[in-house]
Design a protein around this ligand. Sequence first.
Ligand code: ZN
Length: 328
Amino acid sequence: MNLQKFIRNHVEYRIDPLTSGQSRINPKRAKRAKQTENNVEQRGIISRSKTQCIFCPNQIEKQTTEFPTDICQTGRIKEGETTIFPNLYPFAENHAVGVITTEHFLDLDQFTEELLKDNLVASRDYILSINANNHKARFPTYIWNYMPPSAGSIIHPHVQIMVDTEPIPEIKKFLQKSKKYFQNNKKNYWQVLVEDEKKLGQRYIGGSDMLALIASFAPRGFNEVQFIFQGISSLSELTLKLIDDFVSCLVKLLNGYKELGVGAFNLVTYSSAVNQNHEYYWLNMKLISRPFPKGVYTNDTGPMERLYDVWVIDTLPEMVAEKLRIHF
Ligand SMILES: [Zn+2]
């Protein structure tokens, strides 16, 4: 694995070993003055939003729509506390919302393995149902935006599940670059990444025999952790054992995030097409932290990220791994 980095003016420039994307890490930036900080209570945002919440149990049936019966016989897909229904404001061909819990708000350390497992099982069912109904809808994506700084507009914990005919361009890039790596090296990029990171020990956090968690070498987000699933390429291939491994690791990471003072995050998946297993590609996901929700805050994403595709980060991945590893 070619892990390229160089230092200029105390800034670590790192190149993503798969995509060649650039990250610039300067841990001193975490200490820079932020004149917008204030102490508006997070509790205030939570209680104010509860009175009008369309995802709370007393409103969800009235305020959300149902799937056609060829997607779901009962209108909404339910599993434990999870309810999945169509997204009224989609940005994908098939776009659903999956409410995770009947509670209006859960703190990062309050999500149980059971809640997250039910949510993922129901999401997998949605993906398979959409694909069975239309074989051209093949590329599934599972996204969890937690709290408004993550771009989530509703406080009540929920995920988004999309199934498109074409992969998201970034996922297409992952698939293409992984295929090229396999052709050039006769090895699976993801397998090599996991083996090398385990050997190096600086960024490997933990996992199971089938799942590895690594603080990304060239992160695109703060406290970025990669999940790499051994031997499967698509979300549709997630077995109950893999889902168990995943939720167990995610709960540990969310506890770690809580201890780091994180109050918002994004979790995204990079999946191949439904039921498509590639020897060159393993299903992977990324978790990143976002600014703490407290009134006006300094955004973690500025012109370098939005308009130049360069990722300016204030913590070394090796430090992220060190702080999160203690939860495993
Ligand atoms: Zn609610």
